[in-house]
Design a protein around this ligand. Structure first.
Ligand code: NDP
Ligand code: OXD
Length: 309
């Protein structure tokens, strides 16, 4: 039994080093080195190259290094019978919540546009907005959405949520399913997307949805670029219906230099950093699942292949 670590970014070595330090008795390989493929039972992955996962005949668990698993489902070479797990971590959730809170406050305290004014030496006080003036609508009331809701409530925001199934979340009205989507949208002055990317949610942030939002709403997408129809967002900001957007995720990352989002004064861009898996906090759950695999116990945080998240 052994683990292979597969990720194409510059964090490959750091994760392997940290895993080895915490589990010196487990064989842990980088996918880039020569390794015995028939020994591998667990693959820890982040945006693996297509066709890599089918190389391991004894694979029994594919563990995402992040909360999202869309990149695993997108790779059609991934064997269908192998359980897929994901990260569910309080640090990831509180990091996301802090980030979204910062985006919300920068928007409605006008900090984004004052920064643009500063660069042009423009002195132009804008209408003052308070927390009591806005309702935040969270699309996706899962591990991250619920934590965000809790923190926003602590900060005196009115919060509503949307999920596939009904939920009871203290002080938050949660709408469920497509039949309640429009009511949810009509009350969201700030819309935060924290949905998983699935066939049902691809392109969900489009002009039909924007039209349902109150005028001058602000859209925050910290989930996946595939949720957003880029042209529709530009159209709805430029026609004045939306006040702007905070975007952390994009169809293509890094965002291509010629993309119109870069220079749009009402779009605030960050490079997919809203919440990043913390090595110290995530490694124990990866190793715990490896232990469970070894002892043939049920794995934690398995995603549903049927639902795609
Ligand atoms: P969860 O799986 O815990 O929660 C997903 C939520 O979305 C659930 O409430 C689910 O409803 C709801 N949902 C799913 N499909 C639909 C649908 N069709 N209609 C309505 N609601 C739906 O995910 P997490 O909260 O852990 O993570 C969310 C996403 O955030 C990840 O998939 C990832 O893409 C993104 N992410 C982005 C990061 C960044 O840095 N930008 C960092 C980490 C994650 P129900 O509860 O009823 O099943
Ligand atoms: C994740 C991410 O899914 O960082 O965890 O995007």
């Amino acid at each position: 039994m052994a683990i292979v670590v597969i990720r194409q970014d510059n964090k490959l070595d750091a994760w392997i080093k940290a895993l080895m330090a915490k589990a010196p008795d487990i064989h842990i390989y980088s996918y880039l080195e020569e390794h015995p493929k028939e020994e591998i039972t667990m693959a820890c992955v982040w945006k693996q190259p297509a066709d890599t996962l089918k190389l391991y005949p004894k694979l029994r668990c594919i563990a995402s290094f992040g909360a999202g698993v869309d990149f695993i489902f997108k790779d059609h070479s991934v064997p269908k019978h192998i359980p897929i797990t994901r990260v569910v971590d309080p640090v990831l959730a509180s990091d996301m919540s802090e980030f979204v809170l910062a985006l919300i406050l920068s928007f409605f305290k006008n900090l984004n546009s004052y920064k643009t004014d500063q660069l042009e030496k423009v002195w132009f006080p804008q209408e003052y907005k308070r927390i009591s003036d806005v309702t935040v609508g969270i699309m996706g009331m899962g591990a991250l959405g619920e934590k965000l809701a809790e923190d926003l409530i602590k900060n005196r925001f009115k919060v509503i949520g949307w999920a596939t199934s009904p939920k009871v979340v203290p002080e938050v009205e949660v709408f469920a399913g497509n039949s309640e989507k429009d009511t949810f949208l009509s009350r969201s002055n700030i819309l935060v997307c924290l949905l998983p990317l699935t066939p049902e949610t691809t392109g969900i942030l489009n002009k039909i949805l924007f039209q349902e939002l109150p005028k001058q709403s602000y859209v925050i997408n910290v989930a996946r670029g595939g949720h957003l129809v880029d042209e529709d967002l530009l159209e709805y900001i430029d026609n004045g219906h939306l006040a702007g957007a905070g975007l952390d995720v994009f169809h293509q990352e890094p965002l291509p230099v010629e993309h119109p989002f870069w220079k749009h004064p009402k779009i605030h861009i960050t490079p997919h950093v809203a919440s990043v898996s913390d090595i110290e906090s995530v490694i124990p759950q990866l190793l715990e699942n490896y232990r469970r695999l070894t002892e043939k116990l049920p794995l934690m945080n398995i995603v549903s292949r049927e639902k795609g998240y």
